[in-house]
Ligand binder design. Sequence first.
Ligand SMILES: NC(=O)c1ccc[n+]([C@@H]2O[C@H](COP(=O)([O-])OP(=O)(O)OC[C@H]3O[C@@H](n4cnc5c(N)ncnc54)[C@H](OP(=O)(O)O)[C@@H]3O)[C@@H](O)[C@H]2O)c1
Length: 323
Amino acid sequence: MFAIYATHADSNDPLAALKIGERPEPDVPEGWVRVKISHASLNRHDLFTLRGVSGHPEGITYPIILGNDAAGTLDDGTPVVIYPVMGSDDWRDDETLDPKWHIPSECIHGTFADFAVVPRRNAIPLRKNLSPLHASVLGTAWLTAYRALFTKSGLRAGETVLVQGATGGMATALIQLGQAAGFEVWATSRTEEGRAQAKALGAHQSFPPNGTLPRKVPAIIDNVGSDSWAHSMSSLARGGTLVTTGGTTGFEVALNLLPMISDQLTITGSIMGTLKDMENMICLIAQAGIEPEIGVVLPMERAEEAFHAMWEGRTRGKMVFTR
Ligand SMILES: NC(=O)c1ccc[n+]([C@@H]2O[C@H](COP(=O)([O-])OP(=O)(O)OC[C@H]3O[C@@H](n4cnc5c(N)ncnc54)[C@H](OP(=O)(O)O)[C@@H]3O)[C@@H](O)[C@H]2O)c1
């Protein structure tokens, strides 16, 4: 079948490990389903896979088909969106706490292909008012944004959240979800265009990276990592919460314990979300009439263009591949 895959890991030149070609069709184990992919979205995780960066204890076995997120149809024609967190069959708690949890393109092949195979519970029937295009962006960046905002940040409606970054998949999700939930959303962006885009999506104010803010804020969601860490730490109000969700510019940071202690700051990591989170987010998107920001839609054959854009830091919302 047609597939976009990583042949190996290349930390310096990840796009050299990117290949578009033929791969064997996956077997369908008992209790799993085959999804014919119609739309699949790119995540920075795909670049990390090409670079060999993985939080998974067993690492990645190459070659591996890329892609975490997708929408498509089951063999019986049912339209579905994939919930990407999978793990032990008998795990009944928060899926992200299952010691065996993983997402497509780590232990199993990913979604950038004619077909993906997932456990039956991971194929969520699509609501009538959600298009496969919009559904295909929800599994990773949007789900993480939802959980960071509504479970981890401690924010109440009306309070201010600072989103570090504005143009990316998760940043646009944070702005759109935060605005819909009644938070005052502030965002930072490296470009004038990004700052204007943040406002067009619903941010109340936007600032250059490390820019002076009018006041400190009760919550910050930071997926930029090293480059924004010091700004995030110094921008938190007393009792505030920093939710760290990514390390686009690096994962190594310095931590001064004194302000953390004296200002009683909380730093918490957040990764993906539960199946219930994904279902609730889909309801919120429908009820609030949110249209996830999609900057680029390309046939899978032209996927390389989107990978290049992301590697060069040129994004506007999500990038979707059609099949
Ligand atoms: N914890 C989780 O479960 C989870 C889930 C999804 C993603 N992530 C992580 O979250 C991060 C964002 O993922 P994404 O898919 O949203 O990526 P993306 O679409 O490529 O977005 C990158 C974001 O980083 C900002 N940025 C700041 N400095 C940058 C630089 N030097 N180069 C490139 N971008 C820069 C960009 O904002 P401006 O252009 O506005 O400055 C943009 O908002 C990644 O580190 C990813 O691995 C984590």
